[in-house]
Each structure stands twice: as structure tokens, then as C-alpha cells.
Design a protein around this ligand. Structure first.
Ligand code: OXD
Ligand code: MN
Length: 589
């Protein structure tokens, strides 16, 4: 690998300062070239860190196994460091700068001894676009470098965009000793800096993703009048040829990737996948909200992904993939729960590398096992994710995993009501973060773990944005996960979700009807296109039902949650809350 030193003095000075402290054996500035990728892969395969998969079944693909204590984001070890704790808000763990300097900085001392320090410049957003921002991650993990090369526009393209500017987000990452006792992910939003030590796992270590594109960018977005959101972006073209773009926020592992690349069950409808996880949106001169996906790849949850549930994801995975913590079938083939049937007597290697047999009480793949793959490999992408103008957003969708209560879909009455709907979102927890699974938790705009500042101020920022939007997107809430009395899902989901998107876009176009329910506008039963679906009218009734009494209790819990933001909570949200409660009471009389 030939060394190319960038001209940017600020970058070189920072790298030198980090190297003086971390003491790597050598420094490598990444170019993003093919030769560089191949060299790192060879090195990792030789070291046993990557396992090459069957080149016929998985050309160019590898399996990585992470330390068993390092398999998900660790929210309790993730901190925001601001001068005053109140600016980080009750939604974040706060650490003073003095504390970070005392507790975290010393962990980096000599941490890269014997290792290579990689300098990874990257662009978030289409290169040269007014939306895009440059970051540089310093890391001692070659696995991180390979992932960053897929997830971002990495190397020379970023240095070219940066030029001599010193306004890049600085991310410092070291594996440290991988001990959870010495694991910290600390963000300094004011100086646009991130320190991450002790974890090699995706969201903790690929600093472009949650750390930069959400936590740091959300602060920057507020200062500059835009939004950095945990949302997929998709374009939907109707059978008649009308295209709308929507952005949708769901908590981690609630099907964002599936929805982003859905194969519509309605004939003639088409989906264009623009992004599957993160969305940066700016008001345009035309009063609409325009969006780009800052990422270049997907870091998707593997379990549950199959040709049936997400054929586009499966086709994306046909080559050049990094799998993390999936299981191995004989012949070096990747496998995970829900992917395909196994033979009864087959013996696999589980995600730790131990022998595993079908029927075992443990899972073969880790529930949060992942695939890293370039977005361009997805059959449902076009060139829209490369558009420097972004795409105009017609609808914003919030969603959660709710087995009860929330109807399949409803529309907010106004932007302000939509912000209230987003702010009071609740979802049942998943395996994407450590902790108990299946517990309802408030997750405003699916941003609770990712908003880099006090969410009271964040709600205020959302409310203020309306002033710049003469053609604001309509806001909706969906729930694919409602269950009937027998505990089974009422809605088929997956490709049939297009039926709900269809209603949403018809609402945007003003052609679909809705009935005024206390919580918002709910489709009339005949407004959802269920032709060809095996769905009884009783099931549809249950899917769309609004139980006023249960919603009143929910509203009580929502108020308690919003109360956590105290003085920082915008009064407009309390007004929305009072109106909702009044409508609910009225509906019960
Ligand atoms: C992710 C997450 O990895 O939200 O996208 O956890
Ligand atoms: Mn996510």
C-alpha cells in the first residue's frame, strides 16, 4: 500500500497529535482504492479475523465474528459531552469534558501500540452536494476500514471535497482491549468530535453512522436549519406512473430495511430505494423538504431476511458482502434464522464458531447479526441516491412495533400534531441494542438513542421548521405489528405494506377518504386497497380500531414522558396533548 499524505494541514496535525498519544506502529492514509481493499482483506484473512466465504456462493464476501461481549450498540456507555448537562438532555448520558479527559482520554494512551493507525476520510451525502459533509475517522481496526469503504464514499473523494478546510468531523476510534469496563463512546457536538474506545461493533465503531450522521449532525442541523433523522427514504411510483418520495422513522430492527426495498404486491407499483437508515433533510427554495441519504451502503440486520421477506436484500447480498456474527453452513456458506430451511442432521457453526444443530435452544446467528453491503448492489436502487439535489419528500411516516393499540395507519391533522405524534412514539425494544427485548419504550421519532442534544429543543426545532415549509410533507403513523386475540399478526406486512403507502400517497394527492378519529385521520375500511388479500373484514376492523379508553391511558403515559423534558418542552406540544385528550373524552361520550 503506497502512502499518500494529504495536503490538509489541520488533518495532518490532528493525526500526528493522535499518533503521539496512541503510539501506532505505522500510519496509513486510506485512498479507498481496490488495491487497498484487497491488501486489507488478505491481511485480515491471514490473521483469522475474516473468514473468506465460498467464492461460488458468496463471491468477494467474508464473515467476521466479533467478541461475544461486543455485539450491539451499548447505549449506557454512550455519552454526550456539553458544557451544561441540560443541553444533552434527559435523553442522553452526559459526561463533562473534564471527566472525558480524565476517564476516557487516558484509555487511548498507547492503545494502538503494535497496530496500524488508519486515517479514513469519508463524505456523507453525494460528493459535491450542498447536503454533504466530510468526516475523518482514525481507527486501529482494519475491519472498520473495510466497512467504512462500503458504508461511505471513502478515501480520495473525501479529501478532494475537504480541500484545505478544517471543518471535518473528527472521529477517533480504537478497539482498546475490547473490555466493556473500558468501553466509551463520547461525543463532543460543539467541536464536532467523537471518541470511541473498547468496541469494534457497527454502531459503536463505524463512526460515520450513528455517531456522525445522527448525533453530531443533529446538533449541526439544528444550528443550520435542517434535520438529521433516523429514517429510510423511498420513492414510490403508482401503477399510473405518479412518483412520490417518503421518509420513514422506525426504531432499530423494526423493518426499515425491509420497507425501504419492498417489492410491492400491487401490480404496476414500483419502489426506488434511496436509503435504509439515515436521512438528512433541508427546506428547499420551493418550500418543500428535500432529502438525501448520507450513506453509501447498508448495515442491515440479517435474521429474518429471506427471499420471501426481502428479496431485494437477498439479491443485494449475492457478492462483496461483509457478514458479521452470522452462522456458517458447511462449505463456508452464510446462514441465519429465517433465511432458509436446514437439513435435520446438519451441523453448523454458530456465530461464535461452536458446533450448532437445528433445534438447539440457542440461535445459530446472533439476533443482531448484520450484513454490510453497497447500496448500488440493491436491485431496487436507481441513481436517485446519488442526486446532489436530493429528492422532495411528500410524506413523513413514523412507526413503531406495537402489538396492541396503534392502528395500521393514521394521519396527523397538521404539522404540529405530526410532531406530537412523532414525539410520543412508543415501540417494543429489539436486539439492536443490549438490554431486554419486547419492552415498550418511548422512542420519539426513533431518535431517542441518536439525538445529540436535549430532545425538548429537538421537538422545538421540528416545530420551527414548519415556517420554512410552504409545502410541508404530511405526517403519518403506521404499525405493521398489531396482533389479534390469538397473538398473531393481523397485517401480512412486507410487500403488502404498499397498500398502506398507497393510501398515504392518495391522501397526499387528496384522492383518498379518511374518517376523523380522536387520534387523527384513520382510513375508512374501504379506503385501503385489500384486493387479493386474505384478510377478513373483522381483521381489517381490528387493524383500524381506535380504543378511546386505552388511548386515554396511553396519553397519560405520553404526558409523563414529555414531562421529563421540563422547561425545554415546547408549550405547543402540551397544547397538542390537551387537544388530543379533549377529543378522546368527547369520543367516549
Ligand atoms: C442500526 C441501528 O444499526 O439502528 O441501524 O441500530
Ligand atoms: Mn438504525
Amino acid at each position: 500500500m503506497s502512502e499518500v499524505l494529504p495536503a490538509n494541514q489541520a488533518l495532518r496535525a490532528w493525526v500526528q497529535a493522535v499518533a503521539d498519544h496512541t503510539q501506532p506502529k505505522r500510519i496509513h492514509y486510506c485512498t479507498g482504492s481496490e488495491a487497498e481493499r484487497a491488501a486489507i482483506e488478505r491481511e485480515l484473512v491471514a490473521a483469522g479475523t475474516l473468514l473468506a466465504l465460498d467464492p461460488k456462493v458468496h463471491p468477494g464476501s467474508f464473515l467476521a465474528r466479533s467478541d461475544p461481549s461486543d455485539v450491539a450498540r451499548t447505549e449506557h456507555l454512550t455519552f454526550i459531552s456539553t458544557e451544561h448537562a441540560v443541553d444533552a438532555g434527559p435523553n442522553n448520558n452526559w459526561m463533562s469534558e473534564a471527566d472525558a479527559n480524565k476517564r476516557v482520554w487516558p484509555l487511548f494512551a498507547g492503545a494502538m501500540k503494535g497496530r496500524t493507525l488508519y486515517v479514513v476520510p469519508y463524505v456523507m451525502g453525494p460528493a459535491g452536494s450542498g447536503f454533504s459533509r466530510v468526516g475523518v475517522e482514525i481507527t486501529d481496526s482494519p475491519y472498520v476500514v473495510l466497512n467504512m469503504r462500503i458504508m461511505t464514499r471513502m478515501g480520495k473523494v473525501a479529501l478532494d471535497q475537504l480541500g484545505n478546510s478544517d471543518t471535518f468531523v473528527r472521529g477517533l476510534h480504537s478497539l482498546g482491549d475490547l473490555s466493556p469496563d473500558r468501553r466509551f463512546i463520547v461525543h463532543f457536538p460543539q467541536r464536532r468530535e467523537i471518541w470511541s474506545i473498547g468496541s469494534g461493533y457497527g454502531g459503536n465503531a463505524l463512526l460515520s453512522k450513528k455517531c456522525h450522521a445522527l448525533r453530531i449532525a443533529s446538533v449541526q442541523a439544528r444550528e443550520e436549519g435542517w434535520l438529521a433523522e433516523h429514517m429510510l427514504i423511498l420513492g414510490l411510483t403508482s401503477a399510473e406512473g405518479r412518483t412520490h418520495y417518503v421518509a420513514a422513522a422506525f426504531p432499530s430492527a423494526c423493518g426499515k430495511t425491509n420497507l425501504a426495498m419492498l417489492v410491492p404486491s400491487l401490480p404496476g407499483w414500483k419502489v426506488d430505494t434511496v436509503g435504509d437508515d439515515i436521512c438528512w433533510m433541508q427546506p428547499g427554495a420551493d418550500g418543500r423538504l428535500w432529502a438525501v441519504n448520507p450513506e453509501y451502503g447498508m448495515f442491515g440486520v440479517a435474521p429474518g431476511t429471506s427471499l420471501k421477506t426481502n428479496p431485494n436484500a437477498m439479491h443485494s447480498l449475492s457478492h462483496d458482502v461483509i457478514f458479521t456474527n452470522v452462522a456458517l453452513r458447511e462449505g463456508q456458506r452464510a446462514w441465519w434464522e429465517g433465511m432458509s430451511k436446514l437439513d435435520d442432521h446438519e451441523v453448523l457453526q454458530d456465530w461464535r464458531g461452536a458446533a450448532w444443530r437445528p433445534g438447539s435452544t440457542t440461535t445459530a446467528a446472533h439476533p443482531n447479526s448484520r450484513f454490510t453491503v453497497a447500496l448500488r448492489q440493491c436491485p431496487s436502487t436507481t441513481d436517485t441516491y446519488e442526486l446532489s439535489t436530493g429528492v422532495p419528500i411528500s410524506a413523513i411516516i413514523f412507526g413503531g412495533r406495537r402489538s396492541k393499540l396503534a392502528p395500521l395507519v393514521y394521519e396527523a391533522r397538521s404539522w404540529r400534531h405530526g410532531v406530537y405524534v412523532g414525539a410520543t412514539m412508543v415501540s417494543e425494544t429489539t436486539a439492536a441494542a443490549t438490554g431486554a427485548v419486547g419492552v415498550p419504550r418511548n422512542d420519539p421519532m426513533a431518535m431517542l438513542p441518536f439525538c445529540g442534544y436535549n430532545m425538548g429543543d429537538y421537538f422545538g426545532h421540528w416545530l420551527n421548521l414548519e415556517k420554512k415549509l410552504t409545502r410541508a410533507p404530511k405526517i403519518f403513523h403506521v404499525n405493521w405489528f398489531r396482533t389479534g386475540d390469538d397473538g398473531r399478526f393481523l397485517w401480512p406486512g412486507f410487500g403488502d405494506n404498499v397498500r398502506v403507502l398507497k393510501w398515504i400517497l392518495e391522501r397526499v394527492d387528496g384522492t383518498a377518504t379518511a374518517q376523523d378519529a380522536a387520534i387523527g385521520l384513520v382510513p375508512q375500511r374501504d379506503a385501503i386497497d385489500v384486493r387479493g388479500l386474505d384478510l377478513s373484514s373483522d381483521q381489517l376492523f381490528q387493524l383500524l380500531a381506535v380504543d378511546g379508553g386505552a388511548w386515554l391511558q396511553e396519553a397519560g403515559r405520553a404526558l409523563e414522558f414529555l414531562g421529563r423534558f421540563g422547561q425545554r418542552l415546547p408549550a405547543a406540544l402540551l397544547d397538542e396533548h390537551a387537544s388530543l385528550v379533549k377529543r378522546l373524552h368527547d369520543s367516549l361520550h
